[in-house]
Every structure is written in C-alpha cells, then in structure tokens.
Design a protein around this ligand. Structure first.
Ligand code: UDP
Ligand code: MG
Length: 372
C-alpha cells in the first residue's frame, strides 16, 4: 500500500523496528507527505522503515572453502564499503562438508549484509550460482569464487563498465596464477574454440568474476555446467558485453574442485550451447539439412544402382553401394522426422514456459496504456 501511495517500485516491504540484513533502508517518515496521514499514525510510521533493494549483490558459490571465507568476507566488505553502495553478500553453500556453513553463520552473526543460501547437497557450481541469482536482490549482481583467487578490489572496474551501459562485464585473468599444462593451456584452447563457435569473443570464459545487470540474469536459465557460457547464452538475448582485465591470485587454502577432465566436458557443453544458440528455435533447419543431404546422396546412389540393374542388366545384390544407399535414405528420413519432432518440442517448450523468442531492451511510447 505504501508502495502505491508513493508511486515507487523500489520500496519493497515494511518492517517494524529497523532494517533487515542486506538491504539499505529509508525511514518511513522521510518519505511522508505532511498532512497525508493523521499524526498518531505518522508517529507509528516514524518507527518503521521501508526497505529498499541493495544496489549490489555479491554472489559466491562456496564448496568446502571454510578456511578462505573469513579473509574473503573481509576483502569483500572493504571493497564494497569503498564503493559506497548498498550491498548484500550471498554465500551459496553448495553442500560443503568441511564446516563452511558454520563459518558462514559466524560471519552472519557479525555482518547483517550477509545472506546464506544452503543447498541440500552438492549440486555443482552452476546450480549454486543459479540459486544465488534467483535470490539476489541487487540491481547489479557480481559473482566471484570463494577461494580468494579473484580480487574484490576489481569490483569497481566491473561496476564502472555496467554504469557505462554494458549489460554484462566479464573478468579477464591476464596473469592467471594456475598450472600451465593442466589449467591454462586447456583454458586457452577452450576460450579460442568457444569464441569461434559462439561468435562472442572473450579471452577468459572461465573467470567467475563477472557483473550482470539484474534484468539480464533473471532471464538466463542455467543447466548442467553451463555457467561458463553465460556470456554466449546472453549474447543470444542481444546484450552488450564488455571484458575488463582483472587480478588473479594463487589459491592459498583448500584445493581446486576440478581436474583436467573438465576440458572434454566443456567441449560437450559447447556443442549444447552452439545448438541452443543457433537452432533452438528452428531445429528443422539443422536436422532437415542433414536429412536432405543424406537422402539426396542415397537417392542418387539408388538411381545409379537402378540404372546398373535395369539398363545394364548387371546384378547389384552383393554390392556395398546398395547398403550405403539404403542407409543414407533411411538416415535422411530419420533426420527430417527428428527435426519435425524437435520443432513440436520447441513450440511446446516456449508455450509451456511462456518463454519468449525475443527480449526487449526498452519501449519508447507516449502513453502508458497496457498492450492487449
Ligand atoms: N564450487 C561450488 N560447487 C562445486 C565446485 C566448486 O560451489 O561443486 C565453487 C568453489 O567453492 C569456488 C568456485 O566454485 O568458490 C570455483 O571452484 P574452484 O576454485 O575449485 O575452480 P577453479 O578456480 O580451480 O577453476
Ligand atoms: Mg579457484
């Protein structure tokens, strides 16, 4: 009711006696219009605060990082206070077994800006980030690792770019402090391949230190281990992306949660993303073309064999080409049928989830009437 009375969407809810963690608050009496309410009512309202969403949400996926958290919290708090923005820190505990949750709670006792989201088990970094995005309340959302490898002093650089108008800003760990053969080399290859295939040229897809405008991230649904591909997925929505060079440090406590086996998984994920980006709204175009190529080659071979059998009167029953022709024709039919089925699934998916096939940046119009 108060929201409507003052015409502001930013004021979220009313609470008695002070603010709650993670939100900046404006005392209600500051926004009161004199004479608007009876004075007794004003006195009550004077003790209440209207909560405002924070400017900044720091989202951190945390899996067995107990030893890193106190230092991380200190660094993040110092960096955010330097920015003079209202902020919240979201620790997403991804099923840790090393006492991470206890440390999070101890920090929470001391710092009301902290919010803890405890997942029921270890779902993986992508799921943890996704949970963080779903619960973040800030206008700008920054993600970073919990292991102190990313530097919170870089927040300012990311926010500057967002304020310049970019929708998504990705960190580039220019001097990456990880092993060359097992980490940096596969990463260089993966970044090159992802940039080529998705058309979004970034030097460092793997850097978790990123900043997003809220309106962008809320449209992105993440599955599997696709968090690395957020810029590529977002590019499909027509967002503007910037890259800034950021600091990177050695892991001091705990160990990395990934091995060299991450590389083949990233390549498979890339195939998924490529397919989703290029053909998810028109699958028949990819399956149909494959089907047509296969069917036409099979048909031509079949015609040639018919000519050999009927005109040249030679036997064809033992010829491998006959099997190839049959295989290609059947494959062709299969591909086209698969494409048609996929078309139906795409329609069902978009309609059932009310997912749009377009994203609007802005609407400019004179009146404020609703679309019909
Ligand atoms: N992480 C997570 N769930 C997992 C694996 C990792 O939340 O299943 C978190 C981890 O705690 C860290 C971040 O994701 O904050 C990145 O993990 P890590 O440092 O092991 O990755 P690397 O820097 O080695 O690529
Ligand atoms: Mg790390």
């Amino acid at each position: 009711m108060i929201n409507e009375a003052f015409g502001s969407r930013k004021f979220k809810c009313i609470r008695l006696f002070g603010s709650s963690p993670g939100t900046s608050s404006t005392p209600a009496f500051q926004v009161m219009k004199p004479g608007f309410f009876p004075s007794a009512f004003c006195d009550i309202l004077a003790g209440m605060t209207i909560e405002k969403n924070p400017d900044l949400s720091i989202v951190i996926p945390v899996y067995n990082e107990a030893a890193n958290l106190p230092g991380l919290h200190e660094e993040i708090s110092a960096a955010c206070q330097g920015l003079e923005k209202a902020y919240e820190i979201l620790f997403v505990d991804d099923g840790s077994q090393d006492g991470t949750l206890t440390v999070c709670k101890q920090l929470f006792e001391k710092d009301p800006q902290i919010r803890i989201i405890q997942l029921r088990k270890n779902f993986g970094q992508t799921a943890a980030l996704s949970a963080g995005f779903d619960h973040a309340r800030g206008e700008i959302i920054i993600t970073l690792d919990a292991d102190l490898q990313n530097d919170p002093n870089d927040f300012g650089l990311l926010i500057e770019k967002i304020e310049e108008g970019y929708d998504l800003v990705s960190g580039w760990r220019v001097k990456r402090k990880d092993r060359f053969v097992t980490r940096r080399l596969p990463s260089i290859m993966a970044n090159w391949l992802i940039s080529k295939m998705t058309g979004v040229k970034l030097h460092d897809y793997g850097c978790t230190l990123k900043a997003f405008k809220r309106e962008i991230i809320k449209h992105i649904k993440l599955y599997g281990e696709l968090h690395r591909f957020i810029p590529a997925i977002a590019s499909n929505m027509g967002v503007s992306i910037a890259e800034v060079k950021v600091n990177h440090r050695k892991r001091r406590h705990g160990k990395s949660k990934y091995s060299v086996w991450r590389f083949p998984k990233v390549i498979l994920d890339l195939l998924t993303v490529k397919f989703l980006l290029s053909y998810s709204t028109r699958p028949l175009q990819i399956f149909g073309i494959l089907g047509m190529i296969s069917g036409i080659i099979g048909g031509v071979i079949g015609l040639w064999l018919a000519y050999v059998r009927l005109i040249r009167l030679e036997g064809i029953s033992g010829r491998p080409l006959l099997f190839l022709a049959i295989l290609l024709i059947v494959l062709g039919i299969q591909f086209i049928t698969l494409g048609l089925l996929a078309e139906i699934m795409v329609r069902a998916y978009h309609e059932s989830t009310e997912k749009r096939i377009y994203f609007i940046r802005n609407i400019i119009q004179a009146d404020s009437g609703e679309d019909r």
